[in-house]
Design a binder for this molecule. Structure first.
Ligand SMILES: [Zn+2]
Ligand SMILES: [Zn+2]
Ligand SMILES: [Zn+2]
Length: 139
């Protein structure tokens, strides 16, 4: 055990944020905070689960990561490469957690139509499609 040298709070937080991002990037599909936390601990990072949650939440708020509820109702995260900050949907494998980034033009149109019909503004929606990917189906 080594003793941690004191560091300024901000710098330490940035370092941990980078570690969380890396751990998230290391996985292919959506991953739970627990999962990311386990990866970081296995890599020797001294980080708490609540810190991992905080960073994942802030990535999501900044539009850098997607958060979706998986089939078990657990919140899972993925770093959202090129689509970061753009509205899109996911086709998610229940087996391995991999996900395709997809557009849902029919959904966008439909959401706009019902909002207009009922006079709602500032509408938002969450639509994720779950299934079994071709690789998992073959197993
Ligand atoms: Zn995405
Ligand atoms: Zn799969
Ligand atoms: Zn949409």
């Amino acid at each position: 055990m080594t003793t941690e040298s004191p560091q300024p709070g901000a710098r330490r937080s940035t370092t941990q944020g980078a570690a969380v991002r890396e751990a998230l990037l290391a996985g292919e599909g959506f991953r739970s905070a627990q999962d990311v936390y386990a990866t970081l601990r296995a890599g020797g990072h001294k980080i708490g689960l609540s810190t991992v949650y905080r960073h994942l939440q802030s990535f999501t708020e900044q539009g850098l990561a997607d958060a979706i509820h998986n089939a078990d109702g657990e919140t899972t995260y993925r770093y959202c490469g090129d689509n970061a900050g753009h509205h899109h949907h996911h086709l998610v494998c229940r087996g391995c957690g991999r996900a395709e980034e997809v557009q849902g033009r029919a959904v966008e149109r439909w959401a706009g139509e019902i909002a207009e019909k009922f006079g709602y503004i500032d509408v938002d929606h969450t639509v994720e499609v779950f299934g079994t990917c071709a690789d998992c189906a073959r197993r």
